[in-house]
Ligand binder design. Structure first.
Ligand SMILES: *[C@@H]1O[C@H](CO)[C@@H](O)[C@H](O)[C@H]1NC(C)=O
Ligand SMILES: [Cu+2]
Length: 126
């Protein structure tokens, strides 16, 4: 009996130890079926979603029509487009969320960010 108790304790410790690392990461398709586009309310899309470290965002759009830049807060606020070599341009861009905190994304094409609201800000939790 003491032996079985011992096994139960070991099993319980094992389960408790692996639980946090086995949480399933979520892949979010930005804008759902609308994808990454102009004149879409990405803040409404992001609202009530529980982004976690390890999740990924997928930006879908016709290649060449849009792109994606992961930017800082001031670049997001003022639609300052980073250098072109920092752009994601595949049309199916899978971007990881490796750290907790705010994450910002904008489209760098024309006035898509500044005039047509193609920008996304999210809060990533631990
Ligand atoms: C934010 O990003 C923009 C665009 O790349 C850059 O010009 C600016 O220096 C950055 N600001 C900070 C505080 O890193
Ligand atoms: Cu665009």
């Amino acid at each position: 009996m003491a032996f079985l108790n011992h096994i139960m304790v070991v099993l319980t410790l094992f389960v408790v130890a692996i639980l946090p690392t086995t949480t399933i990461a979520t892949e979010y398709t930005v804008g759902d079926d609308s994808g990454w586009t102009v004149q879409y309310d990405y803040q409404a899309w992001a609202k009530n979603k529980d982004f976690k470290v390890g999740d990924t965002l997928v930006f879908n759009y016709p290649k060449g029509i849009h792109n994606v830049f992961k930017v800082n807060g001031s670049s997001y606020a003022d639609c300052i487009i980073p250098p072109p070599d920092q752009a994601y341009t595949s049309g199916h861009d899978v971007i990881a969320l490796p750290v907790a905190g705010k994450a910002w994304f904008i489209c760098g094409v024309g006035v898509h960010c500044s005039a047509l609201n193609q920008k996304l800000a999210i809060n990533v939790k631990v």
